[in-house]
Design a protein around this ligand. Structure first.
Ligand code: FES
Length: 133
């Protein structure tokens, strides 16, 4: 699913030295890619999208223009976050009701558990996400 058109590219570096510092870095290209039309994603709900081998949860908080894109797998046991209830700043996993903060991807039950959150934007009616290339 999705058009592979690239809107913007940048390079990120991630510290990966043996002690967690930036002694060594891995550099990879990030790019905004179209993943789904905005009108296909209901406000106050989640939509599952597969792109480039990633399972993504596209979430639209009620009463907000914001688009949030997370890895779809809940960090507790892999539940389907796109099928969860979206309310305020959280999505509630349908399996065991853990909540994930949409602003950070961090679970409210355990600050040590989190999911990857991707930068998203809407461009000409398409939801675009900054994904590793
Ligand atoms: S799998 Fe999500 S709360 Fe258990």
């Amino acid at each position: 699913m999705g058009n592979l058109a690239t809107f913007r590219m940048n390079v990120r570096s991630i510290p990966c030295g043996p002690d967690g510092t930036a002694n060594d870095t891995v550099r990879f290209v990030m790019a905004f890619v179209e993943i789904i039309e905005l009108h296909r994603c209901r406000e106050g709900a989640g939509t599952y999208v597969e792109h480039g081998g990633l399972g993504l949860a596209v979430l639209r908080p009620p009463g907000s223009e914001e688009i949030v894109v997370l890895d779809n797998a809940c960090p507790h046991a892999g539940g389907n976050l796109s099928g969860g209830a979206v309310s305020g700043h959280t999505v509630t996993c349908p399996w065991h009701q853990w909540e994930v903060d949409l602003r950070t991807g961090v679970c409210t039950h355990s600050q040590r558990a989190s999911v990857q959150r991707y930068t998203a934007k809407v461009d000409d009616g398409m939801i675009c996400v900054n994904l590793p290339g």
